[in-house]
Design a protein around this ligand. Structure first.
Ligand code: ADP
Length: 492
């Protein structure tokens, strides 16, 4: 099959969050399975050029219709760790992608509406006729609308569109001017509630709604989150539209790149280990010693509980903070690695760091540090993810890969990947962590206390750790699921 992905991120050249990892991981899996996969991205001035091989101009004379004229673009091609990618560089006074960073500008809707139109124009002019076009998140939410309303009548009518929503909180709202700029025009037609008119703002169009209405299939990144988006407030107002189009909506769990995250050869951890080692995992024990040494924690018989991730309200910051105190007051150690774009949250954790500076049983590292994160995954015993909502979540999967037992709130992808040791209906060998329902102190404490109890039972702790390492959350299953969806829509 010939698949083109249109995305605002691709790891590691243009990475802000999980979207970048997903686009790279899925593309790689689909290529391994024998499909032709190409990714189209904006040519941001801040892409990591050191991760692109053979970047060359491949289409120099692309004129993309915009308002009543057109913007001249140059298209580059290159390989990102084996994945063929195209980068679109517009030349105009808007400087859409020459801003030193990826997101956060006043004209965000215009930037990505332009990029989506440019990606389709590039396909049209260069004769690319993929079987499947896969778009992601609100930034490329207009893909299906532009394809069916503008390019299909010009002859590009064999491609089918699938759209993946990674986060319902960000839906992409804009005024009708986007319709004029992209050439869709006819606001009286498109702004209606049956099409892309926002359900809560009569003057706005909604990119995510456009994607749901016009795409051939829509996914989000776990089955549980698909249900939550339809039936709870986690759909951020999109529930009604999802119900209307429920027959073409579903959840597919993201995978984890099992080559990139592997304790057998991770270059950032001092001791390598695998589930095939003796079941007391001497390599993991030595990493724990190294981790304590590096962060100046006391070497003792306590379990280490850790957190790695953004310090965002979504992640349950009040519960992370409470977990820290629960750990140090209950004969455990606690490590946190995280950062927040919100000054209030960052300051709060800096304050906590100063207060606890001399405590030999906890360490807070405020910042982004991939290398340290790997040592934390490898050297910890337990890993908390107490999110308020979590469409998929990668950190619990990484923790398990490194034999670290997750303690999670049972929402979204966390509920789909973590099966409680005590209460799950799954067979014993599938039980791989501890989960709790209510986002309050009692909830997280109950799960942590159960984990601490099991930790002191050597036989069962080895068992749960082995269960974690034996789980398969690679791209193997989701890759197959996406191919099934592609096949399904391709023949309709
Ligand atoms: P989200 O996409 O909502 O931020 P995910 O769990 O899907 O959360 O992915 C987070 C990824 O970012 C993981 O690979 C995690 O290790 C990494 N990460 C997050 N914060 C940090 C940090 N401060 N230092 C190092 N890695 C981090």
């Amino acid at each position: 099959m010939y698949i083109i992905t249109i995305s605002s991120e691709l790891a590691p050249v243009a990475k802000v969050g999980g979207l970048a990892d997903m686009v790279y991981g899925l593309s790689r899996e689909l290529s391994i399975r024998g499909n032709a996969v190409e990714v189209i991205l904006p040519k941001y001035d801040c892409i990591r050029h050191d991760h692109v091989w053979g970047l060359t101009v491949c289409y120099d004379n692309l004129w993309v219709p915009w308002w009543n004229g057109a913007i001249h673009c140059t298209v580059y091609s290159g390989h990102v760790h084996g994945q063929l990618a195209f980068f679109i560089e517009p030349h105009s006074n808007d400087h859409f992608f020459d801003r030193g960073t990826f997101y956060g500008f006043y004209d965000e809707a215009m930037r990505y509406a332009f990029f989506t139109r440019a990606a389709l124009e590039f396909m049209f002019k260069s004769g690319k006729r993929p079987d499947i076009i896969h778009s992601h998140d609100w930034q490329t939410g207009l893909t299906a609308t532009l394809l069916y309303e503008i390019y299909a009548p010009l002859g590009m009518n064999t491609s089918r569109v699938i759209h993946t929503i990674h986060n319902f909180k960000h839906q992409g709202h804009a005024g009708v001017e986007v319709l004029y700029a992209t050439g869709l025009n006819r606001p009286e037609h498109y702004c209606s509630l049956e099409r892309m008119g926002d359900d809560h703002n009569p003057f706005a169009i909604n990119f995510t709604k456009a994607a749901i209405v016009y795409s051939n299939f829509v996914t989000t990144v776990s089955r549980k989150h698909a249900w939550e988006a339809m039936y709870t407030d986690q759909g951020y107002g999109m529930g009604h539209t999802l119900h209307r189009y429920g027959s073409k909506f579903g959840g597919v769990l993201n995978g984890l790149d099992y080559d990139m995250w592997n304790p057998e050869w991770d270059p950032h951890i001092p001791h390598h280990y695998s589930v095939r080692d003796t079941d007391n995992l001497p390599g993991k024990r030595d990493n724990k010693t190294a981790l304590r040494h590096r962060l100046m924690l006391e070497q003792c018989d306590r379990p280490i509980v850790s957190y790695v991730g953004r310090l965002d309200t979504q992640k349950g910051v009040h519960l992370i903070r409470h977990a820290l105190f629960t750990a140090i007051h209950n004969h455990a150690q606690f490590i946190l690695l995280g950062t927040s774009p919100e000054y209030g949250i960052n300051d709060n954790f800096w304050h906590l760091k100063h207060v606890l500076n001399d405590n030999p049983h906890c360490h807070l590292e405020i910042g982004f540090n991939e290398e340290l994160s790997r040592l934390i995954y490898a050297g910890s015993d337990m890993f908390i993810v107490p999110s308020l909502f979590e469409p998929c979540g990668l950190t619990q999967m990484i923790a398990m890969r490194y034999g670290t037992v997750p303690i999670v709130r049972a929402v979204g992808g966390l509920a789909d990947t973590i099966f409680d040791w005590d209460f799950s209906q799954q067979p014993m060998e599938m039980r791989n962590g501890f989960s709790f329902e209510s986002a309050d102190y009692a909830g997280i404490e109950s799960a942590m206390f159960r984990a601490f109890g099991l930790y002191h039972n050597d036989e069962y702790w080895k068992k749960i750790r082995t269960n974690c390492m034996n789980m398969d959350y690679s791209w193997n299953h989701p890759g197959r699921d996406y191919l099934n969806i592609y096949e399904f829509i391709r023949h309709r």
